[in-house]
Design a protein around this ligand. Structure first.
Ligand code: SF4
Ligand code: FE
Length: 487
C-alpha cells in the first residue's frame, strides 16, 4: 500500500475496535468524539503533509528495506541528513498544528529498537532484529501510527520493579507460552494512544537481574484483547463540546494522552523484541530518550505560532511600538531560535551505529531537551505579559453572540479601531489555548516531563561531558601540567 492520505488514515482508525474510556463512560465512536477528534486531526496532518509537494522533502523518505517511498514517521534514519530533516519536520508540523501531533514516539521507538535489537543479537545470537525488521516492513507498507510506550506508572519511586507492593506497577511478563508471552501492567501518559494502529512497549528504566521479567519489549495491535485506554483530562477540554466556537482557541488541532492498561495481553514470539536481556534495557531507554529529546523540535514550531499570536495581539492592542514590547518579542524569538539550534545541532552531530541506523549526538540532544524544559515557560510568560489580563477574563463566545450583552462586549473590548473585536478575541483565545488550555499540556507540562523530566537530562549531561579533558586543558594552559605548546 502506498502512503496514506488524511482521509485514508481516518478510515483506517474506524476499523479498529479500541476499548476507550473518558469521563467514566466507554467511548463508542472514538474517531468522531468531539474531545478526541482534534488530536486525530493533528496526526492526520502527518499524512496530509506528506502529499504536499512543498513538504515532500521533509515528510517523505526512502525505505532502506524496500527502496519504496515512505512517510518519514516510519523511517529508520540512514544518514545525518535524515536526522536533520527529522528535526525540521518537527518544527514544520508544530508550527502548522500548534500542538502535539503525536506520531514521533513510534518513530523514535522504532529507531531505538533498530539499534538495540541488533546489539542484543550480536551478543546472544538471538533473532530480535530479524523480527523487528519484519514488523517495521509491515508498518512501512501500511503507513501505520505506532504508540511508543515507555513510561510505567512506577509506584514507590524508591523501590525497583520486583520490590513494589503491587508487582504490576511496572509492565511485566506474567506467563510464558509455547507461542508467546502474556503481559500485565500499564503505561501512563501515552501520547496519541487511541490514534495509533500499533503499540510498541519498552521498559521504562534500567532493569537488573531480579527484574528480568520486566525487561521486555514488543509490539501489539492497538485493539488487542485485554488493552483498555483511559483518556487524560486537559484544562478547558470540555470547551470542545461547545462546538466550533471561538473559545476553543485552536479551531482544528489538539493532542491527547491516555493511561493504557494491559490486562493479560498475549504477544506472539515474532512480535517480541527483547525478553530478559536486562543489561540492554539501558541501551533501549537511552536510545529512545535521545531520539525523543531531539523530537522536541516540535516545541519550536508551537513557539513560532505563539510568537506570531503575541505580535498580533500587541498590534491589535496598539502596544507593538512600545520599546519594551519590541524587546520582549526579540527575547521570545531569541529563546525559540536557541531551541532550534539545539535540535539541529544534535542531528548534525549524529553518528552511525553498528546496525547502520544513525543516532543523534546524545549529549546535545539532552542539552536541547533541557532547554525545552525551561524556554517555553519563559516564552509563555512573555506572551501573557504582552497579551494582558483580558486573556483570562474574557467572557464566552456565547456572551458575544447574546442579543442583550453582545453589543457591549463588542464595543468595550475593542482595541485598535480598525480591528474587529472578534479578531482580538480569537487571538487571545489562541494564546490562552497554548499557555493555559488544552495545548498547554503539549507546550508547557509536556515540555517539562515528556521524554524525561529535567533531572534525567542533568544526569545524562553530567555523565557525558568529558570533564577530564576540560581539566587537562585548564591545567596545561596555566602551567600546572606540561603540554605540547609552541613556546
Ligand atoms: Fe512529537 Fe512533540 Fe508530541 Fe512528543 S510532544 S509526540 S515530540 S509532537
Ligand atoms: Fe512527548
Amino acid at each position: 500500500m502506498a502512503m496514506m492520505n488524511a482521509k485514508q488514515y481516518e478510515e483506517s482508525l474506524r476499523k479498529l475496535n479500541l476499548k476507550v474510556y473518558q469521563f467514566g463512560k466507554r467511548v463508542e465512536n472514538v474517531v468522531d468524539d468531539p474531545i478526541i477528534r482534534p488530536s486525530m486531526n493533528a496526526v492526520a496532518a502527518t499524512y496530509e503533509f506528506a502529499h504536499r509537494p512543498e513538504h515532500e522533502d521533509l515528510m517523505v523518505a526512502t525505505s532502506h528495506l524496500t527502496g519504496e517511498r515512505i512517510n518519514r514517521f516510519t523511517h529508520i534514519h540512514q544518514s545525518v541528513d535524515d536526522l536533520v530533516k527529522k528535526s525540521k519536520m518537527g518544527r514544520m508540523l508544530g508550527r502548522n498544528t500548534a500542538c502535539c501531533f503525536q506520531r514521533c514516539v513510534g518513530m523514535d521507538a522504532m529507531n531505538a529498537l533498530s539499534i538495540t535489537t541488533y546489539d542484543i543479537d550480536a551478543k546472544y545470537g538471538t533473532e530480535y532484529n530479524k523480527r523487528f525488521l519484519k514488523f517495521l516492513e509491515y508498518v512501512q507498507k501500511n503507513d501505520l501510527v505506532c504508540d511508543g510506550a515507555m513510561t510505567d506508572t512506577k509506584g514507590d519511586r524508591s523501590l525497583p520493579p520486583h520490590k513494589q507492593a503491587d508487582p504490576d506497577l511496572f509492565l511485566r511478563v506474567v506467563e510464558e507460552k509455547v507461542d508467546g508471552i502474556v503481559v500485565r501492567g500499564a503505561k501512563a501518559h501515552q501520547t496519541g494512544a487511541v490514534n495509533s494502529h500499533e503499540i510498541i512497549i519498552m521498559p521504562t528504566i534500567t532493569m537488573r537481574e531480579e527484574d528480568k521479567d520486566y525487561a521486555v519489549s514488543f509490539a501489539v495491535p492497538s485493539d488487542s484483547e485485554g488493552i483498555t485506554y483511559i483518556i487524560g483530562r486537559q484544562s478547558c477540554d470540555t470547551r470542545k463540546l461547545e462546538g466550533m466556537t471561538i473559545d476553543r482557541g485552536n479551531m482544528y488541532y489538539g493532542g491527547h494522552e491516555a493511561l493504557v492498561v494491559f490486562d493479560n495481553v498475549f504477544v506472539p514470539w515474532d512480535r517480541v523484541f527483547m525478553y530478559k536481556e536486562h543489561e540492554f534495557t539501558t541501551s533501549l531507554v537511552e536510545n529512545f530518550a535521545s531520539y525523543h529529546r531531539q523530537s522536541y523540535a516540535c516545541k519550536v514550531g508551537v513557539g513560532d505560532v505563539l510568537i506570531g499570536a503575541t505580535q498580533t495581539i500587541a498590534e491589535m492592542n496598539g502596544t507593538d511600538r512600545a520599546s519594551h514590547v519590541r524587546d520582549k518579542i526579540v527575547e521570545m524569538n531569541h529563546l525559540n531560535e536557541t531551541l532550534y539550534c539545539g535540535c539541529i545541532a544534535c542531528a548534525s552531530e549524529g553518528h552511525r551505529e553498528h546496525s547502520g541506523t544513525y543516532q543523534v549526538n546524545v549529549l546535545l540532544a539532552n542539552v536541547h531537551k533541557h532547554n525545552v524544559t525551561r524556554f517555553p515557560y519563559e516564552i509563555a510568560r512573555l506572551s501573557q505579559d504582552i497579551a494582558g489580563g483580558l486573556m483570562v477574563t474574557l467572557p464566552s463566545a456565547a456572551d458575544f453572540e447574546s442579543p442583550e450583552v453582545g453589543k457591549w462586549l463588542d464595543k468595550y473590548y475593542k482595541g485598535r479601531a480598525d480591528v474587529p473585536t472578534e479578531h482580538r478575541m480569537r487571538i487571545l483565545r489562541l494564546i490562552e489555548n497554548i499557555t493555559l488550555g488544552t495545548a498547554a499540556v503539549g507546550y508547557l507540562t509536556e515540555s517539562m516531563h515528556g521524554a524525561g523530566s529535567p533531572q534525567a537530562q542533568r544526569i545524562m549531561i553530567a555523565r557525558l561531558v568529558n570533564m577530564n579533558e576540560k581539566q587537562r586543558l585548564a591545567r596545561e594552559l596555566c602551567g600546572i601540567d606540561k603540554g605540547d605548546h609552541v613556546s
